[in-house]
Design a protein around this ligand. Structure first.
Ligand SMILES: *[C@@H]1O[C@H](CO)[C@@H](O)[C@H](O)[C@H]1NC(C)=O
Ligand SMILES: *[C@@H]1O[C@H](CO)[C@@H](O)[C@H](O)[C@H]1NC(C)=O
Ligand SMILES: *[C@@H]1O[C@H](CO)[C@@H](O)[C@H](O)[C@H]1NC(C)=O
Ligand SMILES: *[C@@H]1O[C@H](CO)[C@@H](O)[C@H](O)[C@H]1NC(C)=O
Length: 392
């Protein structure tokens, strides 16, 4: 299929090249001889390289390779109408330069069941930076009573959220949609009620706005809690080789937030075929797979592949470590802010740990701006530390 399409294109290119560049030298019989030779070369090549998984582009400097090495806009199979339409929209959005706002803001999207135990800490974080941020709160269980003026009146219309269910992704989209209404919002950060800032505002603002990538966590996990969650019902749109995993706590640029709004095709696939308690007793959690897989498929180089929200998985348990009052020390925060490589734990028998340096605009930089998970009891100690620290 691919080859049948690719070769006439190759001949066409050659013809165009010959016509434009060599017109003066190639006249009459010479022209016909050249054409016949070209066609013969392709026929011989077709014989030597029979159709199969590998594809050859004779006019492409890359030569022969597998489909995985082809440019992303060339597909190894025929796309459905929905996919083609979706790809066209995504490509156009990615191509168009983002509209520069005179007053760029970072939107902080809080996804919480109810009250935000660290509102006072966030207040301190935002104080003095009015006009450079906006706050949105999606409270899925009960309406929070806010203690900070930065949060009052910032609740959006919310729906119940089930852990690991598509309703979680829908709540994330609801937050993005509300924040996109303000054209000054140029970067969007998703946070939970147990998240805290580990840097001061200016650091966070510059880190997020002066780069052109989104910090969407994304890695390949060959184990049961990674690819083991994939089911073939996702075909043809989502292939197993594209299935990725990552923490849901993203930060993304405006262009990517719009691309998330534009999608219903892939979202629907995850809604129906990435759920807890699927057939065969399998569990899939849409909030851990939808965005990593989607961005891996449509703009892999546009995401950093790590989340700017720190979490400690080193205990190797089902849930990450939660920090208690006695854990909160200057050293702990120093440790978190000095991490400059991201670590992903795969769930296969080897339990491999994949370590990648955090590279920001080509420079090795600290990875984290926020951290989770903190018990509400840690608030006072964190407030003290945050107020006294000058270095971040
Ligand atoms: C981001 O900017 C860098 C230069 O700072 C450039 O090399 C790179 O292509 C850009 N990436 C995207 C996705 O626009
Ligand atoms: C993220 O990973 C993908 C491979 O999955 C890679 O193509 C891309 O370059 C990575 N992004 C950055 C910013 O390195
Ligand atoms: C900080 O990191 C050092 C070196 O990895 C480690 O020995 C120490 O226990 C860490 N301290 C805290 C409070 O996490
Ligand atoms: C922070 O500073 C205050 C007053 O300056 C002091 O009382 C408090 O002990 C300090 N906290 C820490 C954790 O250093």
């Amino acid at each position: 299929m691919k080859k049948v399409l690719a070769w006439p294109q190759g001949i066409k290119n050659l013809l165009v090249m010959l016509r434009s560049r060599k017109r003066s030298q190639l006249r009459g019989p010479t022209w016909i001889i050249a054409l016949v030779s070209i066609v013969s070369i392709f026929l011989i090549a077709a014989y030597i390289f029979p159709p199969g998984r590998s594809t050859c582009y004779f006019l492409n400097s890359k030569g022969c390779g597998t489909y995985d090495e082809l440019p992303p806009n060339i597909f190894s199979r025929e796309l459905t109408d929905d996919e083609t339409e979706s790809r066209v929209v995504i490509k156009e959005i990615l191509k168009s330069p983002s509209i520069q706002s005179k007053n760029p803001k970072v939107a902080f999207l809080f996804l919480t069941p109810g009250a935000l135990p660290f509102e006072r800490l966030w207040h301190k974080f935002f104080q003095g930076h009015e006009g450079r941020f906006s706050v949105y709160v999606h409270a899925s269980k009960e309406k929070p009573v806010h203690v900070s003026r930065y949060f009052v009146g910032r609740d959006i219309r919310s729906e119940p959220v089930g852990w690991g269910r598509i309703s979680m992704v829908e709540a994330e989209r609801r937050l993005l949609a509300n924040a996109l209404l303000d054209p000054d919002n140029q970067h969007f950060v998703l946070l939970s009620e147990s998240c805290i800032p580990v840097r001061h505002f200016d650091f966070v603002y510059n880190y997020l706005l002066f780069t052109n990538v989104s910090f969407v966590d994304c890695f390949w996990d060959p184990g049961p809690h990674g690819n083991g969650r994939y089911i073939e019902h996702m075909l043809p749109e989502v292939e197993k080789k594209d299935f990725r995993k990552g923490s849901q706590w993203f930060s993304m640029k405006r262009q990517h937030a719009i691309i998330v709004m534009a999608d219903s095709l892939y979202l629907t696939k995850f809604k129906h075929h990435c759920r807890p308690n699927m057939e065969g007793g399998r569990n899939c959690y849409a909030d851990e797979h939808y965005l990593p897989t989607y961005f891996h498929m449509i703009d892999p180089s546009g995401i950093a592949n790590w989340s700017v929200t720190f979490v400690d998985w080193s205990e190797g348990k089902w849930h990450p470590r939660s920090f208690r009052d006695h854990d909160i020390t200057r050293e702990l925060l120093k440790n978190i802010t000095s991490v400059s490589e991201s670590t992903h734990f795969q769930s296969d028998a080897k339990r491999s740990m994949v370590i990648t340096p955090c590279v920001w605009n080509g420079l090795r930089r600290p990875c984290f701006l926020f951290a989770r998970k903190f018990f509400p009891e840690t608030l006072n100690r964190l407030m003290n530390l945050f107020a006294n620290s000058t270095r971040h």
